[in-house]
Design a protein around this ligand. Structure first.
Ligand code: VG1
Ligand code: CO
Length: 543
């Protein structure tokens, strides 16, 4: 079988600095578009000759066709082996694990994560490096450069490979190994958590609802929670991945996972609720009558991780993205371990994890993870919570109250202004950036700015510098507001406003979060002139 060389022209590719390519599905379906990106990846990493790659995705529309194309191209580029999840399915954390477990040369993960799926929605692809993590900026910039100059790609002209059952197939000179997407991941979880304690928890009548949001975690959660740990059938809902996620938005937050929230706040609520996103790397945690913010979840996990066997020796350090609240910092300080503050995006945790500087990492957007893989991991976070609940024997609400009584509470919320005109969003950011030096001492909506800056990050391991990572305003009285533009949206621009208000150990922890944050919300809106510049008086999504 001789590889065909197809001539092509450059594509409008990945934005420099982002860890993958996300576009409308129809863009990916244009002839040669996906092919250009995949060839650019192979070219940018010095070719695919003799290499092994993991390939899998979250099952959204176009997943199957894209995987067949990638396999034909990997074979045509001389790859030795491709490890593919059955039916082309792999959650992002499971793909990260397979990349590491098999000592491969990296992987191609197909997903647009929490973005909706379907022919009229979003698709995405990203390359992960041999450490299992999203490619760092040096690599993504190389891929981007290649997409702007590419003139040919290589592909085989063959029939589709049957991916419906585990086994090996030959594709040209390459071996395609189809694997069970869950087995190795489940084995890893069993090394980290006390499965006997979790079995005893469910056997004792503990009740739980896991909303897989019609996305990739369904098969993983069903296998682990219901089959291995004995949770009753029906614990996992929306557990069969569908190509358009049941028409929903697979983002595990109180807005998009509203049915689960309603159940958890209702009279018949189970003990514990959780949800996961399109590709399985995010998690939402909710107790009976108690929503746990992702920032608080990271702090609680850090304070209690030693209760799980995988973390019994303690933590080397914790890391959080800059917009994430400082709740984890207080835990790290009390434990006498380092706390790193990184730009948004999981790739920045990779160097810290590889260097053994951090054990747990988290983002306010519902991503939590550890050094067991190099991606955030939704189901892992749920299992760690279960392990903690099993050992402490108290409800989520009590764990939170206890935590806040010790460390204080960081009231927290994110307000998103979606699909705003790109120009208006850029003007808002550049106006505020220009005004930063004059803000300290000035009052907005009755709150005085203490300090203001633009976040830049010097990686403590590889020394690389990432600038322009968000505008920060600290106010007198323990409040902070952060503004940044989303790098993952596909319609216009999305302005994210992150709000935080600290209440010390002796203060009131029982307030409504939005009410506790009203002061800083109004101050940020006034300082950034949100209504005047965006023409919006309220955000589209509040999480
Ligand atoms: C968002 C989140 C960020 C997360 C990223 C990828 O990015 O805010 O915390 O790392 O999505 O998550 P942005 O640029 O839109 O704010 V996922 O679940 O897509 O892998
Ligand atoms: Co995701």
């Amino acid at each position: 079988m001789t590889p065909q060389t197809v001539s092509t022209t450059p594509i409008e590719g990945q934005k420099p600095g982002t860890s993958g390519l996300r576009k409308k599905t129809r863009v990916f379906m244009r002839p040669g578009y996906l092919e250009n990106f995949v060839q650019s990846v192979f070219d940018a990493i010095g070719g695919a000759e003799g290499k092994t790659f993991v390939v899998g995705g979250d099952g959204r529309f176009f997943n199957r066709a894209a995987i067949q194309t990638i396999l034909r191209m990997a074979a045509a580029n001389g790859a030795a082996r491709a490890i593919v999840g059955r039916d082309g399915l792999l959650s992002t954390p499971a793909a990260s694990h397979l990349i590491r477990l098999n000592g491969t040369d990296g992987g191609l993960i197909l997903s647009a994560s929490h973005n909706p799926g379907g022919e009229n929605a979003d698709f995405g692809i990203k390359f992960n490096t041999p450490n299992g993590g999203p490619a760092p900026e040096g690599v993504t910039n190389g891929i981007f450069r290649r997409t702007t100059e590419i003139d040919r790609y290589l592909i085989l002209d063959t029939d589709d490979i049957d991916l419906s059952s585990p086994g090996e197939h030959a594709l040209g000179g390459m071996t395609v190994a189809v694997v069970d997407p869950v087995a190795d991941y489940e084995a890893l979880m069993e090394t980290l958590f006390d499965f006997d304690a979790l079995r005893a928890l469910f056997a004792g009548g503990f009740t739980m609802r896991f909303d897989a949001m019609h996305a990739i975690t369904g098969p993983y959660a069903t296998a682990i929670l219901e089959r291995t740990l004995g949770a009753p059938v029906g614990t996992v809902i929306n557990g069969t991945p569908s190509e358009d996620f049941g028409g929903g938005h697979p983002d595990p937050n109180p807005v998009w996972a509203k049915p689960l929230m309603d159940e958890m706040m209702g009279a018949e609520a189970p003990d514990f609720g959780a949800a996961s996103d399109g590709d399985g790397d995010r998690n939402m945690i909710v107790g009976r009558g108690t929503y746990v913010t992702p920032s608080d979840s990271l702090a609680v996990l850090a304070a209690n991780a030693h209760l799980a066997p995988g973390y019994a020796d303690g933590l080397a350090g914790v890391a959080r993205s800059m917009p994430t609240s400082a709740a984890a910092d207080r835990v790290a300080e009390a434990m006498g371990i380092a706390c790193y503050e990184t730009p948004t995006g999981w790739k920045f945790f990779g160097t810290l994890l590889d260097a053994g500087k951090a054990t747990l990492c988290g983002e306010e957007s519902a991503g939590t993870g550890s050094n067991h893989v190099r991606e955030k991991d939704g189901l892992w976070a749920v299992l760690l919570w279960l392990n903690i609940l099993a050992k402490r024997g108290m409800p989520v609400a009590e764990i939170m109250a206890d935590h806040w009584a010790r460390y204080g509470r960081n009231y927290y919320s994110r307000h998103d202004y979606e699909a705003v005109p790109v120009e208006a969003a850029n003007t808002l950011m550049s106006d505020l950036r220009a005004a930063l030096p004059d803000l300290p001492g000035r009052a907005f909506a009755g709150m005085t700015v203490k300090k203001a800056d633009e976040f830049a990050y010097r990686d403590p391991v590889d020394g690389s510098l990432s600038e322009g990572q968000g505008l920060r305003l600290w106010f007198e009285g323990g409040a902070r507001g952060v503004l940044r533009l989303s790098g993952t949206g596909t319609d216009g621009a999305t302005l994210r406003v992150y709000l935080e208000q600290y209440a010390g150990p002796e203060e009131d922890h029982g307030r409504d979060a939005q009410e506790a944050l009203a002061g800083v919300r109004d101050a940020v809106a006034e300082a950034a002139r949100i209504e005047a510049l965006l023409g919006r008086s309220a955000p589209d999504v509040v999480t």
